[in-house]
Structure formats: C-alpha cells, structure tokens
Design a protein around this ligand. Sequence first.
Ligand code: 5AD
Ligand code: SF4
Length: 483
Amino acid sequence: MASPVDELPGSALATPAGEPPGAAPRRVFLETYGCQMNVADSELVRGLLAREGWVVVPDPAEADAILVNTCAIRENAEERVLGRFTQLLQHKQARPGVQLGLLGCVATHQRERLLERAPWIDLIVGPDGYRDLPVLLRGGTDPRIEVRLDRDETYADLAPDLAPGPRAFLTVMRGCDKFCTFCVVPFTRGRERSLPAEAVLEQVRSAVGEGKREVVLLGQTVNAWRHDGLDFGDLLRRVARVPGVERIRFTSPHPSDVGESMIDAMAGEEKVMPWLHLPLQSASDAVLAAMQRGYGLDEYRRLLERIRARVPGIAVSTDVIVGFPGEGEVDFEATESFLREVRYDFAYLFKYSAREGTRAWKIEETVDEAEKGRRLERLIALQEAISLERHREQVGREVEVLVEGPSKRPPGHVHGKTRDFKTAVLPGDGIEPGALVLARVEDATAHTLLAVPAATAGLGASALGRSKSEPRDPGRSDGATPR
Ligand code: 5AD
Ligand code: SF4
C-alpha cells in the first residue's frame, strides 16, 4: 500500500529495546475482528508495541509481524480464522522472517485445534496475555503461546493507541461472570474485573488531551463495574466531571446489573447521552431461563419503563438471539410481539450458534438452520419497519451531531452521531471532524437521518490530534461488528 510508514504513529520512536542502534524498526500489521472490546484491545496492543519500538503499518505486505485479533462469539470462527491465516501465509512464504500471530478469543477457545491445523502460526496469545507480546515476538519462549486467563489483568497502566476520530472507546472492566448458557465469553475472556476509577479517569483525561470529545466506556457487562466502594453510576458521574468531555456513552450493560445509581447518573448528568443498549436475547421466559440470563420478561419490561420514565425520549437498542434450543413458535412470537411493544430504535439480531464449551453446547438443537433463517428474516423485517418509524419521528426536529468525517454518500456530506446515537448525514463543506453541529432533520431512512445544519453550536472543530487527516487503518473496520 502507498502510505509511507514514516507518516504513521509510532514511527518516531526509538529502535526496539535490545536491537543494535541503527537497526530498522520492526513493523507490525494488526487486523481486528469482533466486538468493540476487541477493537479497544487492538488499540492497547498497538500502544504497547509502539512503546517497544514497533511501527504499525497498514499493509501486511510491509510487516515483519502480522497479528490477527480474533472473535469466537458466533459461527465458524475457527474456519474463518484459518481461512484468513491461510491467505496471510503467502507473506511468510515470500519473506521467511515474517511472524504470524493469533490474538484474542479464538486463541483461548480453539488453540489446540488451530495448532494442529496450522502449525505454521508462530504465536498464539489470549486476551490476558498481551503484556507478553513483545517478548513472544522476539522469540523469547517456545512454544510461543500465552493463553492463560488472569483474574487480575486489567492493563490499567497501559495507554491505548486510540483510533482517529472524535470518539474514544475505553475499556473499564474485563471478563464476565454471568455464564449465559449460549456464550463463550466467560471462557475466552475470563472472570470479571474492573479498572480502578483513577485509571479510567486518567485514560479519559488523556483521550480529551488528544482532542476526543466523546468517550464510550466498554465492558462485557460494563455496569457491573465496581471498585473501592464505587459503583458504575459513581464512575459515570466522575467521568462527567472531567473537563473537556462532551459526551459519555457505555456498552453493554446487563439488565441484572442496572442499579438506581446508574439510572440517576443517566437522568442527572447532561453529558451521559440518552441512549441505552440493553440486551434482551429473548422475550420468552422459558428461553430466558434456559439461557440463564438472570431476569424474566416482566423484570426487563419494568426496568425499561423505569429508565424511560427517568430519561424521557431515551433511545434504546438491544441484542436478540433466535433459534436457541427449545425456542418454539410461541416463544419466538413472544419476542416478535415484545419488539413491537418496546419499539427499539435499533437491534442486533443473531441466529443462535452453538459454541463448544458452553452449557448450551450440550443441549440438542431443536430449530434447524432454515427455520432460524426464517425467524431471523421475520425479525429483521419487523425491526427495519420500527427503526424507520423511529427515525421518521425525528423529521422536523433539531439534533446535535458530533461530526466524525466525510460520508460515503452523498458526496460533499459528513456523517456523525446524534446524542441518542442515530447516524446523521449533513451537507458538510468545511465541517471538520470533531465539530458539534446543530442540525434540522429533513428526511430519514431506517438507518440514517438526513439533516441540514441549523447553526453551529459554537463548539467548532477541535484539534483531533495526530491522526486527523489520515485514512482509517483498514484493520480496524475489517469484519468488526458492533456489540
Ligand atoms: N449465538 C448467537 N448469538 C450470540 N451472542 C452471544 N453468543 C451467541 C451465540 N452463541 C450474541 C448475544 C450477545 C451479543 C454480543 O452476541 O446477543 O448479546
Ligand atoms: Fe456473554 Fe454477555 Fe452473558 Fe456475559 S452477560 S455470558 S458476555 S452474553
């Protein structure tokens, strides 16, 4: 690829520790799949390797080490990872010193099988092993595998190399203790642990120092965050006090961990945005029980009512799985009817995918693939119609848009998010990323608001730090799906 490496972040750093002076810096390519937590982990790895003198390059053909941060949550993860590594093998064949490394959840979940099928992978490192990467890349151990889960690892002291743009994703807790029966995360990412509040605040201050205006606090069950007697609501309030933060979001909270303190913070803090992603999974009590989600439908419904009463107009999104073992037509219809009742602003809809090692793995599947597909299609059609209505309700309103950059379509436009996390597109000659723009919504599709600037909010573009004008690293968007 054309971008010269000396224009990329990290290139000004000294030669790696232990390298003779004058040796060329070693170059790393890192590709990311999966959830936002994985994207944030990759930022951590980039930061860690940059401090060790590695230069991040945008093309595997230029790299001495090619790393793939993988996701195990659904369908054929192992096959897809193998397929990708088989493509990447060409670089190792062309330049024999090149190292191939597998990072992330698939490393913990499928290491044995992958080692058998792709013994040419040089290193395998799970989500708690990233501190060892510099040593592993130097060939410090044999075999070069670090997949142990570590109850205490939070990487609280490591500064991530944040992606360009006005939004920073910051991990505040890691792991999960919920053990929903369908989910592999507690096995691949280990037990729940929180970063100290001060470490989170330091990362927020540092993000603001780089010109970020919005922070998204991340965790598998983010609202389970707790540290030194503080709860998640306290954390939100503290983050809101950091000078320069304009917008705060978080994802994904678990319904069972929503406390009054969190709702108070959402209702009382202007900077905590009116959007909540509250995973439902199913609206059938029988299925929820089989999933061991820890709540029944009525509890979820009452919780949402409480939140909507305290934060009027809040946008709500969700995750739903169709075709869990035992899900009958009646169970599925309960979910359909609940989507109609709640009218989520948007929803991520998934077909159940049996994951080895989970409790549901042992339960015989009762819904075949074709039927899962039909149920998924029905929910998609329903949710698209609801999302369209929800977006159309915004027509004629004024919304505040945090501009992220040029829009793919139409030309001459920029895109950004409203306070309630809807995508807005507006004519944008001269509007820089990072600008907060007041805009009037003129039209809407199921996924986008089409708006025109009403007036700039007097909060023009800020310096977005070093990477403002660089193209996005292709690795960041490749296959990453929102969670
Ligand atoms: N099959 C299908 N969807 C799953 N999810 C997690 N595990 C599975 C699985 N085995 C979905 C859930 C979760 C989201 C992140 O991914 O809906 O909330
Ligand atoms: Fe997986 Fe989320 Fe359940 Fe944890 S709470 S087991 S991450 S679905």
